[in-house]
Design a protein around this ligand. Structure first.
Ligand code: 26V
Length: 813
C-alpha cells in the first residue's frame, strides 16, 4: 500500500518553515538567515522522504525483487534540495512560500554545498542513473565513497589555475544518515596460509590483516512523483580501534596509534582529481578495494537477511553494475568470499560471480586504462592476488585449448602481463555484460580496442547510449521552458520524454517560437547578470552564447575553440568594419592538477580573454568569459542560456559526452564532430539542425596508422594558422606580447596529435555558417525547437530502461 504525499498549501508551508526555524535553529523567522531557512526546508523535505524511504525498503523486503547495485568511485549528485522538492511535488509551493517569507529561493537553495564527489561525465552519469532508477520504480541503489574532500575548488590567479581543498562537510550535510550499526570491516595486507583439509581440498586462512571499519552514510534517492526512495550508500573509513587501545603509558605507542588511525581515515580522505591519465597510486587501489569489499559485505548481508536461500541463487537476486574498471576488484573479492567464507568450490564460485557482475566501459584512451603493478596488489591484497592469478591461468589455458586461432593473441589478452594487472581485461573476463556508452564507442570497442575479447565473447558486448535526467536538466534548471512545453503539448512528456516530439508541430508556429525566443533571452539575461556579478564584465545578451563546458583535456580541444577566437580577433583588428555576429565565448573547465599542458591552455584562454574583453576596437563584438570552478551548480546556470554547444573532440576519442545532451534539451544547437553521442544527435535532428565538421573517426585512425598527417605542412600553407602560431611563439596579440611556446612547440614537434591544425579550416568555416544562420532569428529558433523535440531520446529513463531490459532483466516495482 502506498502512502500518499502530504499535500500542503503555501500558507501551511510558510507556517512549517517558521516553526522549524524556531525548533531546529533556535531563532525567530524575523532573525532567520538564509542558512536557517535552508535547514528548515531540508528538514521538512526529509520528513516527507523518510516516510517513503521506510515504505520502499519494507516493500523490497517483502517482495524480494532482483536488486541492482551500481558500484562507482564517483557520484556527482549536485545539490539535492531543489531536485528533492521537485520529485516530491513541492518545488513550486516551496518557492512561493520562500518568497512570501521575504527571501529569494535561489539564495536559499545556494546555501547547500554542492558535493563534488566526482570528476565529470562518469560521476554525473551515475547520479542521473540513480535518479532515473528511482523515478522508474526500479530497485536500484548506488554504492560509493564519502570522500571528506571532493573535487578541488578552482581559482584563477593571474590567469593560472590554482587548487583549493574542498572541505564540503564543514557544516552539517542534511541528506545523509550515518548508519553506525551497519558498519563492516575491510581487511588489508596480512598473510595467507594454506591448509589441506581431510577431504583433500585446500583451505585458505587470511591472518594478521590490517582492519578498517567501513561506516555507511546513506543518502535518499527520491523518485519523481512515485513515493519511491532508493539508497545511495557512501562508505567512510574509520579506525576500528576501541578506546582502550589508546590508554597506554607509552608515548611511542600512543603516537603510533594516532598515525595508524590517520592513515586509515585517509582511505576516504579525498577524491582523485585526474580523470584521464592513470597512475598506479597505492591510496587509490586502497580506495577501490575499500569500496568493493564494504559494498559486497553489505549486499550479501542484505541478501542473507531477506532471501534466506543459498548464495548459489545470488544471480537471480543481485546484479552489480561496475562503473568503469574502478570497482573491478569486485570479481576476485566475490570469488574470495564465496570460496573462503562460504565454502564454494572454484567452478561454482566462478559461475555465480560471472553472472552477477556487469561492466560498463567509459573510455578508449589508452592512458586512462587501469593497470596495477602486480607486486603492489600482491602485498596489499595477497589473497586477491592469488585469485586473480588463478583467473588468469584458467583464462589463458581456456584460449590455448579451446580457441587455437587466438593463441598468438594471448600476450595481449592476458589479465596479468608485463608485471601488471590489466583491470579492463579482468572486468571483461569476470562479467556477463560489457557495454559501451554510445553507438560509435561500442563499435570501436568491438572492432578495435577489445576485438580479441569480442571474438571470444560476442554475446557479452552491447551498447547503452548514455542519457541525462530530464527532471534535473530541464524541469529544474529551466522552469520557463518546462511550462511552455507543458502548456503546448500537455504534461505527458514528463513521464514519456519521447513525446517531446509532439513539439515538432510547432516548428513553424510564430507565436510559439516567439515565446521560445523570449525564454532563451530571459535565461541569457540571468546568466549575463551572474557573469557581471562574478567577473565585472558586461556581456551582450543579443550575442551568440557559445558555450564549451567540460573537463580540460587535449582531446576535447578547447585549444581549437580558442584558436577560432584568436582568429576572429585578428580578423577584426585587420578589418575593423568586418560584419560579424557578436559572440560571447563561455568556458568552464578544470584541469587535473598535474596536467601541465591543460593548465597552459587555461592560461591561454584567460590571457586571450583579458586582451579581447578590454580592447575598445573590438567594440564589444567579442567577449571571452572563463568562469571559475565549473561544477554541477554552475552547469545548471549556464546550460539553459546556451545558444551554441561546443562538442568538438577529436573524432573517436569522446566515448559519449553528456553535456551535448543537456544543452540540446535546453534548445542549444550543436557544433561538433562525428564523435560519441553527437552522431546520434545528428541522426535524430538531421543535418540542417546541427553543425557537423572535421575529420571522421576512420580518417583519424587512418592517420595514426599511416603517419601521413604532417602538422607543419598546415603551418606552412595556412596563413591564419601561421599568424596564430607565431603569436603564441612570443608574438604580438593586440598591443601585448604573449608567450605560449610550449603550445607552439607541442603542436609542431609532436605533430599535433589531436588534429587541431588539421580541423581548423573546417571549424572556422562552420563557425561562419553559424554566424550567418544566427542572423535569421526565426529559422534559428525553429532549429532550436527541433533539437528540444528530439532530446527525449536522451533522457536517462530510456537508458535505464535499456539496462533493465537487456542486462539486468528486472521488473518495475
Ligand atoms: C579515470 C581515472 C583514471 C585514474 C585516475 C582517476 C580516474 C577517474 C575517472 C576516470 C574515468 C575516465 C572515463 C570517463 O570519465 N569517461 C567519460 O564517461 C562519460 C560517461 O559515460 C562519457 O560521456 C565521456 O565521453 C567519457 O569521457
Amino acid at each position: 500500500m502506498k502512502k500518499t504525499l502530504t499535500k500542503r498549501t503555501i500558507d501551511e508551508l510558510v507556517d512549517e518553515i517558521k516553526s522549524k526555524v524556531e525548533l531546529l535553529r533556535g531563532t525567530t523567522i524575523e532573525n532567520a538567515t538564509n542558512k536557517d531557512i535552508y535547514y528548515a526546508i531540508s528538514s521538512i523535505v526529509n520528513e516527507e522522504i523518510n516516510k517513503s524511504w521506510t515504505q520502499t525498503e519494507e516493500n523490497y523486503k517483502q517482495k524480494q525483487p532482483k536488486q541492482i547495485y551500481y558500484l562507482s568511485m564517483e557520484f556527482l549528485i549536485g545539490r539535492l534540495v531543489e531536485s528533492n522538492l521537485l520529485n516530491i511535488g513541492l518545488l513550486k509551493e516551496c518557492n512561493e512560500a520562500i518568497v512570501k517569507l521575504g527571501y529569494s529561493p535561489e539564495d536559499i537553495y545556494a546555501q547547500e554545498k554542492d558535493p563534488g564527489l566526482g570528476n565529470g561525465g562518469l560521476g554525473r552519469l551515475a547520479a542521473c542513473f540513480l535518479e532515473s532508477m528511482a523515478s522508474l520504480s526500479y530497485p536500484g541503489h548506488g554504492c560509493g565513497i564519502r570522500y571528506r574532500y571532493g573535487m578541488f575548488e578552482q581559482r584563477f590567479i593571474n590567469g593560472h589555475q590554482t587548487e583549493l581543498p574542498d572541505y564540503w562537510l564543514k557544516e552539517e550535510y542534511p541528506w545523509e544518515i550515518r548508519k553506525a550499526e551497519e558498519a563492516v570491516e575491510v581487511h588489508f595486507g596480512g598473510e595467507v596460509h594454506m591448509f589441506k583439509k581431510r577431504n583433500g581440498s585446500l583451505e585458505f586462512r587470511h591472518e594478521n590483516t590490517d582492519k578498517v571499519l567501513a561506516v555507511p552514510y546513506d543518502v535518499p534517492v527520491v523518485g519523481y512523483n512515485n513515493q519511491v526512495v532508493n539508497t545511495l550508500r557512501m562508505w567512510s573509513a574509520e579506525s576500528p580501534a576501541v578506546e582502550s587501545d589508546l590508554q597506554t603509558s607509552h608515548t611511542a605507542q600512543y603516537y603510533h596509534h594516532l598515525e595508524h588511525n590517520r592513515s586509515i581515515e585517509q582511505i576516504s580522505g579525498f577524491l582523485y582529481p585526474d580523470d584521464s591519465s592513470y597512475e598506479g597510486k597505492i591510496l587509490r587501489i586502497r580506495q577501490q578495494y575499500f569500496l568493493v569489499s564494504a559494498s559486497l559485505k553489505s549486499i550479501l548481508r542484505e541478501y542473507k537477511q531477506n532471501v534466506r536461500r543459498s548464495l548459489a541463487h545470488l544471480p537471480e537476486k543481485v546484479v552489480i553494475q561496475i562503473n568503469d574498471t574502478h570497482p573491478s576488484l569486485t570479481v576476485p573479492e566475490l570469488m574470495r568470499i564465496l570460496m573462503d567464507e562460504e565454502g564454494f568450490g572454484w567452478e561454482k564460485a566462478w559461475e555465480i560471480t560471472s553472472n552477477v557482475v556487469a561492466y560498463t566501459n567509459h573510455t578508449t584512451l589508452s592512458e586512462a586504462l587501469e593497470k596495477w603493478p602486480k607486486d603492489m596488489i600482491k602485498s596489499l591484497l595477497p589473497r586477491l592476488y592469488m585469485i586473480i592469478d588463478e583467473i588468469n591461468e584458467r583464462f589463458c589455458q581456456g584460449i590455448w585449448f579451446d580457441y587455437p586461432e587466438l593463441r598468438d593473441k594471448i600476450p595481449e589478452m592476458a589479465i596479468i602481463a608485463d608485471d601488471q594487472i590489466h583491470m579492463a581485461r579482468l572486468a571483461v573476463v569476470g562479467s556477463f555484460s560489457v557495454n559501451g556508452v554510445a553507438k560509435l564507442h561500442t563499435e570501436i570497442l568491438k572492432k578495435q580496442e577489445m576485438k580479441n575479447f569480442y571474438a571470444l565473447y560476442p554475446e557479452k558486448f552491447n551498447n547503452k547510449t548514455n542519457g541525462i535526467t530530464h527532471r534535473r536538466w530541464l524541469m529544474q534548471v529551466n522552469p520557463k521552458l518546462t511550462s511552455l512545453i507543458t502548456e503546448t503539448i500537455g504534461p505527458r512528456w514528463i513521464s514519456r520524454p519521447n513525446e517531446l516530439t509532439n513539439l515538432l508541430r510547432y516548428s513553424k508556429d510564430r507565436p510559439f517560437l516567439d515565446k521560445l525566443g523570449q525564454i532563451k533571452r530571459a535565461n541569457k539575461e540571468s546568466l549575463a547578470n551572474f557573469i557581471h556579478e562574478k567577473t565585472g564584465i558586461v556581456v551582450d545578451e543579443n550575442s551568440i552564447f557559445d558555450v564549451q563546458i567540460k573537463r580540460l583535456h587535449e582531446y576535447k580541444r578547447q585549444l581549437l575553440n580558442i584558436f577560432h577566437v584568436i582568429h576572429l580577433y585578428n580578423e577584426l583588428k585587420n578589418h575593423p568594419q568586418l560584419d560579424i555576429t557578436p559572440r560571447t565565448f563561455i568556458f568552464g573547465a578544470k584541469a587535473a592538477p598535474g596536467y601541465y599542458f591543460a593548465k597552459e591552455i587555461i592560461k591561454l584562454i584567460n590571457t586571450v580573454a583579458s586582451i579581447v574583453n578590454h580592447d575598445p576596437e573590438i567594440k564589444g563584438k567579442l567577449k571571452v568569459i572563463f568562469l571559475e570552478n565549473y561544477n554541477v551548480s554552475l552547469a545548471e546556470r549556464i546550460i539553459p542560456a546556451a545558444d551554441l554547444s561546443e562538442q568538438i573532440s577529436t573524432a573517436g576519442k569522446e566515448a559519449s559526452g553528456t553535456g551535448n545532451m543537456k544543452m540540446m534539451m535546453n534548445g542549444a544547437l550543436t557544433i561538433g564532430t562525428l564523435d560519441g553521442a553527437n552522431i546520434e544527435i545528428k541522426n535524430l535532428v538531421g543535418d540542417p539542425n546541427i553543425f557537423i565538421f572535421g575529420l571522421q573517426s576512420e580518417e583519424v585512425f587512418e592517420y595514426y596508422r599511416t603517419g601521413a598527417y604532417v602538422a607543419r605542412d598546415i603551418y606552412n600553407t595556412d596563413e591564419r594558422i601561421a599568424d596564430i602560431m607565431n603569436q603564441l611563439n612570443g608574438g604580438e596579440f593586440g598591443s601585448q606580447e604573449i608567450e605560449f611556446k610550449d603550445i607552439y612547440y607541442h603542436l609542431l614537434y609532436n605533430n599535433d596529435p589531436y588534429f587541431i591544425l588539421k580541423d581548423f579550416d573546417a571549424y572556422t568555416e562552420t563557425q561562419q555558417l553559424v554566424d550567418q544562420e544566427y542572423r535569421d532569428k526565426d529559422t534559428w529558433l525553429s532549429k532550436s525547437l527541433i533539437n528540444i523535440a528530439h532530446s527525449g531520446k536522451f533522457s536517462s529513463d530510456r537508458t535505464i530502461q535499456e539496462y533493465a531490459n537487456d542486462i539486468w532483466k528486472i521488473q518495475k516495482q
